[in-house]
Design a protein around this ligand. Structure first.
Ligand code: SAM
Length: 282
């Protein structure tokens, strides 16, 4: 089943969490000059028009990037988590009007250097064609029209021996919750030192509890969890979303402790909430 299109959701509160965390991970990993391999298992199209019909249907970006857009990215009181993400998102809209929103491969493309490589998996024919168009001419990028859950494992370990894998499935089939965990466990066995980030939607709490338990039981060390919500769990639909990070940068916990309280208030107002946990110790 491939009916999910990210253009309906681009820039929503879940994208704000996913992309701001990802920006921090890559900021850290690109401090060392050694080459890095970035792997996006579910890349999407890489860029989204917010003024077109799909994004306009539910205007989800209004609950996400829309709540941050008027802030000055350079303001001194803005947490680093928000300012770096917002600065990049402004670069994507050079005339300062929020008309377009970047996808995860675009953020990575901006942050990665000459010596780095990007592997982008995308299965949907339309999204994959747009992805290829959006990144044509960048010799660092290879697009795979293949299943990202299994395909990513075949690319690991990369020759660079340093890597970051972002896994952002659509969860349109419930099996994705288990498949994501099992493929990350397999990937970690092949390439233990890599940083892995898994995004999840909070729709049914028991599914998230099961994922957390599976990671805790996996034997993998050093896992952190960050969740950002704008509605109570008991409400309908996606009330929150989270990122589970294996081998996070040592700096990430503090950045999230400063940034998540701000984001939960700015995006969720009095209903905003967050979780910050060291799920498994180092
Ligand atoms: N990561 C993107 C971003 O942040 O901009 C959004 C990705 S979206 C949540 C999920 C994408 O995965 C969709 O574009 C969908 O077509 C694609 N997809 C679905 N199943 C897939 C699979 N098994 N392997 C690779 N891509 C898949």
């Amino acid at each position: 089943m491939l009916s999910y299109l990210h253009s309906f959701h681009a820039g929503n509160f879940a994208d704000v969490l996913k992309h701001s965390v990802s920006v921090q991970i890559l900021s850290y990993l690109t401090q060392k000059p050694k080459p890095l391999y970035y792997l996006d298992t579910h890349s999407g199209a890489g860029a989204f028009a917010l003024e077109q019909t799909e994004a306009q249907k539910n205007k989800e970006y209004e609950n996400g990037i829309g709540q941050l857009w008027e802030l000055d990215p350079n303001a001194e009181n803005l947490p680093g988590l928000v300012s770096e993400y917002l600065t990049l998102t402004h670069t994507f809209n050079p005339d300062n009007k929020l008309t377009r929103y970047p996808g995860s491969p675009w953020f990575a493309q901006q942050q990665l250097r000459e010596q780095d490589r990007l592997g982008l998996f995308e299965l949907h024919p339309r999204e994959q064609a747009t992805l290829r168009q959006n990144f044509a001419g960048d010799r660092r990028i290879h697009v795979f029209q293949d299943d990202g859950f299994h395909g990513c494992i075949s690319q690991l370990p990369p020759k660079e021996r340093r890597g970051y894998v972002l896994m952002d499935p659509p969860y349109e089939v419930k099996q994705d919750y288990q498949t994501a965990v099992s493929s990350l466990i397999k990937a970690h066995k092949k390439f233990t030192n890599c940083t892995y980030a898994l995004w999840y939607p909070m729709v049914d709490r028991y599914r998230i509890n099961a994922m957390e338990k599976a990671f805790k039981d996996s034997g993998i060390r050093n896992i952190q969890l960050f969740e950002l919500g704008i509605k109570k769990d008991s409400e309908k639909g996606m009330t929150a979303s989270g990122m589970i990070i294996i081998n996070p940068p040592w700096t990430l916990m503090k950045i999230m402790q400063e940034g998540l309280p701000f984001l939960s208030k700015q995006l969720g107002g009095k209903h905003g909430h967050f979780r910050i946990e060291q799920l498994v110790a180092e």
